[in-house]
Design a binder for this molecule. Structure first.
Ligand SMILES: Nc1ncnc2c1ncn2[C@@H]1O[C@H](COP(=O)(O)OP(=O)(O)OP(=O)(O)O)[C@@H](O)[C@H]1O
Ligand SMILES: [Mg+2]
Length: 255
């Protein structure tokens, strides 16, 4: 059975200030149940690509097509790094619930159904005890969990995560990956990560973004990505890369 396409990115060039190019001639087709890991150096354009997909940044040229009937909860997004003002007067549960609808006022009484979703997700991500805390008082990792809960509470068709494990500890990192694997059964996932030692075990394909994009339909990180695909060594040096996942040119295990 053919998988259905959910997003088609056609020859996108995008950037900032009307002329500063961050992405050049990008092509990528995203299908149902894909789990794409996006890797690349700092400043390579990963976040920019996500912003284009989310419609937050209008590309200079090219087009992007969405295949969906429901617009509202089509994409869930966990942004990279978020700085929150300590005095920002909003508590954890309201942040998570705001992921359910952009239209609903956070001051409205919540339905029993929404409350059940909230409790379930807080339990899963182990933040139940933070429920009534002001978000400005949370640690980086706690905040990242809260925003993860916000991104997935609406059960979106596509989940986009921009370096979700920058702040979280090792233990939660593996909980996170297990959760993503479970969600991937009925959700398309796009994950930006520098955690190259781990993501090949979870993702189904890899896109290397460094102004241009090179798509690899398998999850192995190969020498090709380092040499030919402008994914420089320092990218791989970000994390401990188990030797066995680095493949030789022809795809043979290098051990
Ligand atoms: N708002 C902005 N205005 C101008 N230039 C920007 C803006 N945001 C990003 N850039 C530039 O665009 C390029 C791509 O940035 P982007 O944030 O997409 O990189 P990234 O791959 O996500 O990097 P990192 O791994 O550090 O998160 C960089 O040169 C960056 O300086
Ligand atoms: Mg980024």
């Amino acid at each position: 059975m053919n998988k259905s396409k959910v997003i088609d990115i056609n020859n996108i060039t995008a950037g900032y200030d009307n002329h500063k190019i961050a992405l050049k001639n990008i092509n990528l087709s995203i299908y149902e149940n894909d789990f794409i890991g996006i890797i690349g150096p700092n400043g390579g354009g990963k976040t920019t690509l996500l912003k284009v997909i989310l419609g937050l940044l209008k590309p200079f040229s090219g087009e992007i097509k969405y295949y969906s009937d429901e617009k509202e909860h089509f994409i869930g997004y966990l942004p990279q790094f978020k700085l929150i003002d300590e005095k920002f007067p909003i508590i954890v549960k309201d942040v998570i619930l705001s992921g359910l609808s952009s239209k609903k006022s956070i001051f409205k009484a919540i339905s029993k159904e929404d409350n059940n979703k909230l409790e379930k997700i807080m339990e899963e991500i182990k933040i139940t005890d933070l429920k009534n805390r002001a978000i400005g008082s949370l640690s980086g990792g706690q905040l990242q969990r809260v925003f993860l809960a916000r991104a997935i509470i609406s059960n979106p068709k596509i989940l986009i995560l921009d370096e979700p494990n920058t702040f979280v500890d090792k233990k939660f990192s593996s909980t996170l990956y297990d959760l993503l694997r479970e969600l991937n059964k009925n959700m398309t996932i796009i994950l930006v990560s520098h955690d190259l030692g781990t993501i090949p075990q979870y993702v189904k394909s890899i896109a290397c973004v460094n102004q241009t994009l090179h798509y690899h339909p398998t999850s192995e990180i190969t020498e090709d990505m380092i040499d030919a695909y402008a994914c420089p060594l320092e990218v791989l040096a970000h994390g401990p890369v188990p030797h066995r996942i680095i493949l030789k040119h022809g795809g043979n295990k290098d051990d």
